[in-house]
Design a protein around this ligand. Structure first.
Ligand code: SF4
Length: 913
């Protein structure tokens, strides 16, 4: 439709508001209660404009064809100015001293030429809440615009904020009104971001000094891949803000990506290489780069030449960039001459790579996260997005608030279960039974897409034969749930127009994790909800920032970049020619096999890049035995980690904030990473370290810059052929597969054909098999491990930030019934003993876990949870069964001791064998 703004014609879309029209025309209309991300409220009246002689709020008034809008209409302008003056009259003078770039209120005053209010008003003296490390509330500056309350509800979905008081005394409160830090606020920063008056601020943005540099990059915490702006002042990160144009986060972020950056300038960052002169009992000492490289190169070469290339195992990093992972696998194959290269996706999403490839053809999510916008039903299995992938958790909450139905399959009553239409609180390890039960109901009740199954899928007859054993009663019995829950879930998913599946480590980290991925994928295939127009498919929530990319780049023992098989002679020939080397024929060792081989004396050296395997890998005492058995351990890291303590040579590395390259997020989006900081001391990127070590071993890896490494990868990898740094810098993120420089990349896959050998989606007939480790009389409880909002993985970064104040040490979640049986109350200490070790934790009573199950994380070295976990692993991929450990519980302190009990440096001790 066409309207005029100040007598100039402008076209606007149907549904546009008067404010949209004024902005389309380039007119300046100040606003205070308006945020384009939120439902307009129209309460502040600062955006009044004239329409046919009447003053109307621009933000809530619909534009109409032929409408004549006057932003300079005198009556409207006077009324808006009066509304603003009355607001200002209630505020202390410092409200107008805030720099204009940090205050919409100040900008509105400048628009009207106001420097003070003509009116005397009562001002509050309600004080400042400094209790939270990241969010500061100056109550006296609150103008009760409700934006923070709305963003917390509408964007974050947390509903932690409200306006309390009446009239003049109205002010925002968090939770029930106590200290902000004690409220349910999840510190996403949305309230700070939207506050127009400076009442809500964060430390980095309230400093009026200008930034020296702002860099747009991709978050280095989780696999969501939020686009962030890193603002630098005095050589350190002053603040991070989410980028509105970020294709995944759309201006949102979480407490880690937005605030947890202090680790980058932590005093215990490694700034020089370290070497050990004698055995492992001798201390690590600082060394020059030349000395450390010579020691590492000489000893690596000696082991390779004496024991053969396969006596070396290399573990690359999901924290590192694609280009670094590309170089790491090239180093293993070209310089060392072994395929013994793996990365930590082995420990989390290897079943996704194998399962999704077998079902559909590619080792990644079938769809873009953008497709979630159109879903009417989300099935979440084994994922807790509000803690592990908070921006996606918030997106899912928004969708549910807008009417999407929600099915949660999880042994814990996670946050999203509170909003769910159906929560299947299945026993840990029973996923396959649950998915088979739902599949059976979909078929029995006719919720399948017959045409799709006939023309685009294979394996239906075999699946139906297996599902004969999974009528609802039987599947529910295996899962320990009511059959009605399975029926309700199947009907919701089966009758939805565009159902989506979102899953995580609760599906993969099991002894039959690949079966879990396959049987979950069956549901999308049966429904025809994958590879079809408008479908939402199957999204696998990758854990760490670049766990998808590390595998995409071929840091895998059997696969070269782009999942090309090392056993394929044609593939090897192409790489051999490009690399002027011989790619070894025999697939290498997986991570857990490397440890077993080290203990057996076959692997003599481990080269570990950016992973703290002694803390994060299962049965960590066994990992330490493996490291101790090696003649040589080389490690790159930011800090002296548990693994670095076992190393002979430690190279000081840099985090995502200091480096150049790309990451791939959970929906296969290749995104740029750009350096915001200079590395401290002599620290260098993994990319540089690999080049230096190769040179010290007399080899040249070529591709001297990350851009060249991506170009080389693209030339050898059909699915990355169209991707380059130059293109990403111009066009923004691109999904792989992207097979040519003119192709846009495929967000929604398989619209024409699946990438399987026969072009059809492959249904999998997999029976339920029991977990690798089961409770017994001696070990009657099941320990589930997972993530918490404030910390990430080993916690090496987040623990060195004020996030530590939000979650200072690890705790063990326990159902009150179990606690009562054991005589425990909140904060009491309990020894958790598995077949491998004992670790002591303070307990937290919560009904989010079921009786007989306990939950914790492995983010704190002083509660080494992985000393407890087993080396039982997925039979197809070697992914550990982190989600099930049989344990016993033994109270060590009861009564009045509290969570403040200080835990010793290591409370792990050997357990019964
Ligand atoms: Fe986004 Fe994940 Fe980073 Fe949070 S940790 S800002 S959700 S990428």
């Amino acid at each position: 439709m066409r309207v005029t703004v100040d007598r100039v014609g402008v076209e606007v879309a149907d549904g546009a508001t008067v404010l949209d029209a004024t902005r389309a025309a380039g007119a300046v209309v100040p606003t205070l209660c308006y945020d384009e991300r939120l439902t307009p409220q129209g309460s502040c009246r600062v955006c009044l404009v004239g329409v046919r002689g009447r003053a109307v709020p621009a933000c809530t008034t619909p534009a109409a064809d032929g409408m004549e809008i006057a932003t300079d209409e005198a009556a409207a302008r006077e009324a808006a100015q009066l509304a603003l003056e009355l607001l200002v009259s209630q505020l202390p003078a410092r409200a107008l001293d805030i720099p204009a770039e940090h205050s919409e209120l100040v900008r509105a005053c400048q628009h009207f030429g106001l420097t003070a209010s003509r009116f005397d008003g009562a001002t509050r003296n309600a004080g400042v809440d400094h209790s939270h490390p990241y969010v500061k509330l100056d109550r006296d500056l609150c103008i009760a615009c409700n934006r923070c309350v709305r963003i917390c509800a509408e964007v974050q979905g947390t509903f932690a904020l409200s306006l309390a008081g009446r009239g003049f005394d109205t002010v925002v409160v968090a939770g029930v009104g106590g200290p902000w830090v004690s409220s349910p606020c999840v510190a996403c920063g949305g309230c700070v971001d939207t506050c127009p008056s400076g009442a809500l601020t964060e430390p980095g943005l309230s400093d009026p000094r200008p930034f020296s540099r702002t860099t747009t990059t991709t978050c280095g915490y989780c696999g969501v891949g939020c686009t962030l702006r890193v603002h630098v002042r005095d050589g350190a990160v002053a603040a991070i803000t989410p980028a509105r144009e970020g294709p995944v986060n759309r201006g949102h972020a979480c407490v880690k990506g937005r605030f947890a950056h202090a680790f980058a300038r932590s005093r215990d960052r490694l700034t020089t290489p370290l070497v050990r002169d004698g055995g492992r009992d001798s201390p690590l000492r600082p060394a020059s780069w030349q000395e450390a490289l010579t020691v590492a190169a000489t000893r690596l070469a000696a082991i390779r030449d004496r024991h053969g290339p396969d006596a070396i195992g290399m573990i690359s990093s999901a924290r590192a960039t694609n280009e670094e992972n590309y170089l790491a696998q090239k180093f293993a194959r070209v310089v060392l001459g072994t395929n013994n290269i793996d990365n930590c996706s082995r420990l989390c999403h290897a079943p996704s790579a194998v399962g999704l490839t077998a079902a559909f053809g590619h080792a990644g999510s079938t769809n873009s996260v953008d497709d979630l916008d159109h879903t009417d039903c989300i099935l979440i299995a084994g994922a807790n997005p509000t803690e592990a992938h908070p921006v996606i958790g918030a997106r899912i909450k928004q969708l549910v608030l807008r009417g999407a139905r929600l099915i949660v399959i999880d042994p814990r009553r996670i946050d999203l279960a509170e909003m769910a239409d159906v929560h299947i609180q299945a026993e840990p390890g029973s996923n396959v039974a649950v998915f088979n039960g739902i599949a059976r109901i979909l078929i029995d009740e006719g919720h399948t897409d017959e045409e799709f199954l006939r023309t685009r899928a294979s394996g239906l007859a075999e699946l139906i034969a297996v599902l004969a054993d999974y009528p609802p009663n039987q599947a529910a019995r295996l899962a320990g749930v009511a059959p009605e829950a399975l029926v309700a879930a199947a009907r919701l998913y089966g009758t939805a127009r565009r159902p989506a599946i979102v899953y995580g480590l609760g599906v993969t980290e099991h002894a039959h994790g690949t079966d879990g991925v396959r049987t979950l994928s069956n549901l999308a295939i049966l429904k025809g909800a994958v590879g079809t127009p408008g479908c939402c498919g199957v999204l696998s929530m990758r854990g760490q920032n670049n766990v998808q990319g590390a595998s995409d780049m071929g840091a895998l023992p059997d696969l070269l970049p782009g999942y090309q098989r090392v056993t394929d002679p044609d593939v090897r020939a192409r790489f051999n020619q490009a690399w002027r080397a011989e790619v070894p024929v025999r697939p290498g060792l997986r991570i857990l096999d490397m440890f077993a081989s080290a203990i057996a004396g076959r692997v003599r050296a481990m080269y570990v890049i950016g992973e703290d395997i002694a803390q994060t890998d299962p049965d960590s005492n066994n990992v330490r035995r493996a490291l101790a058995a090696c003649d040589l351990v080389i490690n790159h890291d930011l800090f002296l980690s548990s693994t670095a303590e076992h190393a002979d040579v430690v190279f000081p590395a840099v985090p995502f904030l200091d480096k150049e390259g790309t990451f791939v997020n959970f929906d296969r989006r290749v995104q740029r990473v750009r350096p915001a900081l200079d590395p401290p001391g002599q620290a260098r990127s993994d990319f540089d370290i690999l080049h230096l070590l190769a040179r010290a071993m007399g080899a040249d890896l070529g591709c001297s810059t990350p851009a060249e490494a991506m170009a080389e990868c693209a030339a050898l990898t059909p699915t990355f052929a169209g991707i380059s740094h130059a293109r990403l810098d111009v066009e923004g993120p691109l999904h792989w597969p992207c097979r040519g420089i003119d192709e846009p990349g495929e967000g929604r896959l398989y619209l024409d054909s699946f990438a399987t050998p026969d072009g059809r989606a492959a249904l999998a007939a997999r029976p339920y098999l029991p977990p690798g480790e089961q409770p017994s009389n001696s070990f009657p409880y099941i320990l589930i491990t997972g993530r918490r909002l404030s910390h990430y993985n080993s916690g090496s970064m987040s623990r060195r930030t004020p996030n530590q104040q939000l979650h200072p040490h690890e705790i063990l979640d326990m159902h009150p019934d179990d606690a009562a049986r054991l005589g425990l109350t909140n904060g009491d200490l309990v020894e958790v003993t598995s077949r491998r070790a004992t670790v002591t934790y303070p307990v937290r009573l919560t009904k989010t876990v079921s009786p007989g199950q306990i939950f914790t994380t492995f983010g704190f070295p002083d509660t080494p949870t992985n000393a407890l976990t087993s080396d039982a692993a997925d039979t197809e991929t070697g992914c550990p069964e982190y989600k099930i450990t049989a344990v016993s519980l033994n109270p060590v302190i009861t009564g009045s001791e509290s969570l403040a009990v200080v835990l010793g440096p290591s409370t792990s001790k050997p357990g019964p064998s």
